[in-house]
Design a protein around this ligand. Structure first.
Ligand code: AMP
Length: 469
C-alpha cells in the first residue's frame, strides 16, 4: 500500500430533502473543485435504494449532461466527494463516496481529512477477518460501522469514531438520513446551509453559494448532525478537545470567497498581506502577485506599503495545480506551462513578488528567474505564511520533510537558492495577528499550525522523521 493513500485534501458536499439533490451536489462539488481534482463521485438515496457514479477526473467531466449520470442519481438525498491525491493509488476503488450494504441497509461515506491511526486499525481489522477493497484510511470507518453492535447507524458511527484518531469532516448517507460529523479538534472545515426545505452540508460556503443555499452555521468541532424527515438533531458524542482549525485553509486551501470558521478567507489573506508588508517592507516600484493564490495577500501588501499593484505574471488556467504532477520532472514542466511574465509591467522595475507559501521552492525559483528574464531590476519575494517546515498528517498534501526547502535551509540560503535579492516570510505571531487572534505566545494555539511549528495536536503513525510534540 502506498503511503500517498494517506495524504489527501478533499471536498465533501451533501443535500437532504431536495428533488434536485444530485444536481445540487454536482454543483456544490464543482464549487469545491479546488479541493481535489483527481476524481469525483456522487451517491444518491431514494427510499432504501442507492445510486452512484464515481469516476476519475473533474466534476464536469463526470457529471456533464450528455453522460446522463445525473439523471440516474435519483432521490431526495445525495452526498458527493472530490478527491485529491498525489501519486498512484488512483484506482477506482479509492474514489469516494464509498458505499456498502450493511445489516441496517445501505451506507455511503465521504471523508475529507486524514485518520492518523488508520493503519493500525486496518491491520487489526484485516487480522480479524475484514476484506479491504481499496487502500484509503476512509474504508476503515465503514468496517468499524459494520462491526458495531449498536442498534442505529448514527450510534454505530459514534462507536467507530470513538476508535478513530485524526482529522475528519464526514458526510454519510443511510436509511436513517444524512449524517455529518467533524473531528473533536475541528481541523477540517464543514458548514451547514439550507435551501427551501432542504439542508445542505459543504466543506466550504462557496458550495452553498453556487446553489443559492443560505449559510446557517459551521458544524462545530466534535459535533454530529443527523438530518432526516424529522429535521436536524445535533449532538456532541465525542470527548471534547481544544479547537485547532487548520491555519493553512486560510493561507492556501479554501476558496477566497468562502467564509470558514467566521473568517472571510479573502479578507484574511489581505490582512496577512498587510501584516507581511509591515513586517518586511522594502522600497520597490511594483507589487506582483504569484497568481492565483498570492493575489489577495499581494493586494493587502500593496495597500499597506503604498506601492502600486500590477499583474506582472499571467497564469494559464488550463493546467492543474502545481502539486498535482506526481514526479519532479512533471512538476517542473507543469510550472512552466502555468505562468508567464507580463514583461511590460516589470521591465526595469524593482519587483516585490508575493506568494502564499513556499513548499519545495520550485515555483519561486522559476518565477524569480522569469522576472529577471523579463528585465526586472530587483526581485524581492514576500511569503504570506511562515516557513513550511513539517509535513501535514491531517489531510493537506505536503511532501516529506527532506523535500520541504525550509526544513533544509535557512531564509538566507533559500533566497540564494531561488535567486532573489531578498526574501521574507510572515512571522507566526504576525499570521495570528492577521487572523485577529492573540499571538501564539506559548499558550494553547487557536489553530493547527503544525506545518510551521511541528506542534501536532494529534499523534500520528506515519514516520516521516518528525517528532510528535
Ligand atoms: P513549491 O513550488 O513546491 O514551492 O510550491 C509552492 C506553491 O504550491 C505555492 O505557490 C502554493 O500556491 C502551492 N501550494 C502550497 N501548498 C499546496 C498544497 N498542499 N497543494 C497544492 N499546492 C500547494
Amino acid at each position: 500500500m502506498g503511503d500517498d493513500a494517506f495524504r489527501e485534501e478533499c471536498g465533501v458536499f451533501g443535500v437532504y430533502g431536495s428533488e434536485e439533490a444530485a444536481v445540487h451536489t454536482a454543483l456544490g462539488l464543482h464549487a469545491l473543485q479546488h479541493r481535489g481534482q483527481e476524481a469525483a463521485g456522487i451517491v444518491s438515496m431514494e427510499g432504501a435504494q442507492f445510486h452512484s457514479h464515481r469516476g476519475i477526473g473533474h466534476v464536469g467531466e463526470n457529471f456533464d449532461a450528455a453522460s446522463g449520470h445525473l439523471d440516474r442519481l435519483i432521490g431526495r438525498a445525495a452526498i458527493g466527494h472530490n478527491r485529491y491525491s498525489t501519486t498512484g493509488q488512483s484506482d477506482l476503488q479509492n474514489i469516494q463516496p464509498f458505499f456498502a450494504e450493511l445489516s441496517f441497509g445501505g451506507f455511503a461515506l465521504a471523508h475529507n481529512g486524514n485518520l492518523t491511526n488508520a493503519e493500525r486499525l486496518r491491520q487489526s481489522l484485516v487480522e480479524t477477518g475484514s476484506l479491504m477493497q481499496g487502500s484509503t484510511d476512509t474504508e476503515v470507518i465503514i468496517h468499524l460501522v459494520a462491526r458495531s453492535h449498536q442498534p442505529a447507524p448514527d450510534l454505530r458511527l459514534i462507536d467507530a469514531m470513538k476508535q478513530i484518531e485524526g482529522a475528519y469532516a464526514l458526510i454519510c448517507l443511510c436509511p436513517q438520513g444524512l449524517i455529518a460529523m467533524r473531528d473533536p479538534h475541528g481541523i477540517r472545515p464543514l458548514c451547514l446551509g439550507q435551501i427551501g426545505e432542504a439542508y445542505v452540508v459543504s466543506s466550504e460556503t462557496c458550495g452553498l453559494d453556487i446553489i443559492g443555499a443560505e449559510f446557517i452555521r459551521d458544524i462545530a468541532p466534535g459535533e454530529m448532525v443527523v438530518i432526516n424527515g424529522d429535521g436536524i438533531t445535533s449532538t456532541q458524542p465525542l470527548k471534547t478537545a481544544p479547537s485547532r482549525f487548520c491555519i493553512f485553509e486560510y493561507i492556501y486551501f479554501s476558496r477566497p470567497d468562502s467564509i470558514v470558521e467566521g473568517h472571510h478567507v479573502y479578507q484574511a489573506r489581505k490582512h496577512i498581506g498587510r501584516e507581511l508588508a509591515s513586517e518586511s517592507h522594502i522600497a520597490a516600484d511594483v507589487i506582483v502577485p504569484v497568481p492565483d493564490s498570492g493575489v489577495p495577500a499581494a493586494l493587502g501588501y500593496a495597500e499597506a506599503s503604498n506601492i502600486p499593484f500590477d499583474f506582472g505574471i499571467i497564469r494559464n488556467h488550463y493546467v492543474g495545480r502545481t502539486f498535482i504532477q506526481p514526479t519532479d520532472a512533471g512538476r517542473q514542466a507543469g510550472v512552466k506551462m502555468k505562468h508567464n511574465a507580463n514583461r511590460h509591467m516589470v521591465e526595469g522595475k524593482r519587483v516585490v513578488l508575493v506568494d502564499d507559501s513556499i513548499v519545495r521552492g520550485t515555483t519561486s525559483m522559476k518565477i524569480a528567474n522569469m522576472m529577471r528574464q523579463a528585465g526586472a531590476e530587483e526581485v524581492h519575494l514576500r511569503i504570506a505564511s511562515p516557513p513550511t517546515m513539517h509535513p501535514c498528517f491531517y489531510g493537506v498534501d505536503t511532501p516529506d520533510r527532506e523535500k520541504l526547502i525550509a526544513a533544509q535551509m535557512d531564509v538566507a540560503e533559500i533566497a540564494a537558492h531561488i535567486g532573489v535579492d531578498s526574501l521574507a516570510f510572515i512571522s507566526l505571531d504576525g499570521l495570528y495577528r492577521a487572523l485577529g487572534e492573540r499571538a501564539r505566545d506559548g499558550t494553547e494555539p487557536q489553530f493547527c499550525d503544525a506545518c510551521f511549528t511541528g506542534d501536532y495536536p494529534i499523534a500520528h503513525d506515519a514516520g516521516k522523521g518528525v517528532s510528535v510534540k
